[in-house]
Design a protein around this ligand. Structure first.
Ligand code: SAM
Length: 350
């Protein structure tokens, strides 16, 4: 009897073979399963890193030596990593605050956070040393209080999005990969970028592109994009290029990147979260605490500089970094994503 004639018979599901590894350099995120299983395919991962790329599903921490230098972690410290991401910085800090230290790792992203928690637990960091918490860092004070931590000796924030988020087309951050135009760090909250674009007016969009990304063609782009429905990242990228027919090559690509950045900042309310964090730092840190903030955009860096300078004048901070610290040429060569990073640090008065 054929399965269709007998409902209790197991339907004949054709056996599906896993797709073959797509050559030496698979292009699609879903095909990069070797990179996403570093334990089994360490050689592949090492080759990807040596070629100046970031293995799929991971994030290479930026300016680790400079950040450790600024944060000076020591055994027993209470640390807050406001942007846990893949946990690269946290992993280094955790190793240095033992014995007795605790690291509270915050991240808004409910998709990546459990993977990072599992990764750090597998490295041996138990619940007494490492707490992973899904939270916006604007809620740092509540997060510390919820875990009975009176204040931090160390605070790190490495702003923006992780490579895992950018490289996963389903998250909608990538200017290159086709995916839904989402861009939310927490896809369970707020509105996706597609909804924001559909609702926004021309004047407001022009202001947003200018304020969030210093986009020189803000007016023309706002006129072409505001109020329109773009469901996919590639549809938006194509519309940006079409709106700027006289802008060619790299200049057009830069405009695409800037529009995506501006929308991402707006969708996630990134400037307001940073302002709240900066305001709360004095109350959330202990005397002598060290703070390091890595920014990727002039709008972020301006806010950090202003806050640290004001804290210095008010005697809250004893010292702050003299200007910005940049990644070395060697790091920029090996990890181009480190090139725009700007590090500033502050040390609380004793
Ligand atoms: C650049 S990555 C951090 C990478 C991390 N330092 C590492 O070594 O893997 C930034 C992370 O911060 C998170 N994030 C950005 N803004 C946030 C906010 N306001 N509150 C909490 N998490 C945030 C993002 O979801 C992302 O995972």
């Amino acid at each position: 009897m054929m399965p269709e004639e007998n409902p209790s018979a197991t339907p004949a599901i054709p056996h599906q073979r896993r797709k073959r590894y797509a050559g030496k350099n698979p292009r699609r995120f879903e095909d990069k399963y070797k990179e996403r299983d570093p334990q089994r395919y360490a050689d592949t991962v090492a080759k990807v890193i040596a070629s100046g790329k970031t293995p799929a599903g991971t994030h290479r921490p930026i300016m680790v030596a400079e950040i450790l230098d600024a944060l000076a972690p020591k055994p027993g410290d209470i640390a807050v990593d406001c942007t846990l991401g893949h946990g690269g910085h946290s992993q280094e800090i955790l190793a240095r605050i033992q014995p007795g230290g605790v690291l509270l790792g915050l991240d808004a992203d409910p998709v990546e956070l459990p993977k990072t928690e599992a990764r750090l637990r597998a490295l041996g960091f138990g619940a007494e040393a490492f707490i992973a918490k899904r939270s916006n860092f604007a809620g740092i004070a509540q997060a510390l209080a919820a875990h009975g931590l009176a204040g931090a000796d160390i605070v790190l924030a490495d702003l923006g999005v992780s490579s895992m988020q950018i490289d996963d087309p389903a998250r909608g951050f990538s200017v290159k990969l086709d995916g839904p135009l989402d861009m939310r760090m927490n896809p369970q909250r707020g509105q996706p970028a597609s909804a924001l674009l559909e609702k926004i007016g021309i004047t407001a969009l022009a202001a947003l592109l200018d304020e969030n990304a210093d986009e020189p063609h803000a007016a023309a782009l706002a006129a072409a994009l505001a109020g329109k429905n773009f469901a996919r990242t590639t549809a938006l990228a194509n519309a940006i290029r079409a709106a700027l027919p006289a802008v060619k090559g790299d200049a057009a690509t830069l405009s695409v990147r800037r529009v995506f950045q501006a929308l991402r900042i707006a969708v996630n309310d990134e400037f307001s979260a940073l302002d709240t964090l900066l305001r709360q730092l004095p109350a959330c840190t202990k005397p002598g605490a060290r703070i390091a903030i890595l920014t990727f955009h002039s709008g972020e860096d301006r806010r950090v500089k202003k806050s640290f300078d004001a804290g210095l004048r008010a005697g809250i901070y004893a010292t702050v970094s003299d200007g910005v610290i940049r990644s070395t040429a060697a790091e920029q060569n090996s990890n181009p994503r480190s090139a725009p990073a700007k590090l500033r640090w502050a040390r609380r008065a004793p």
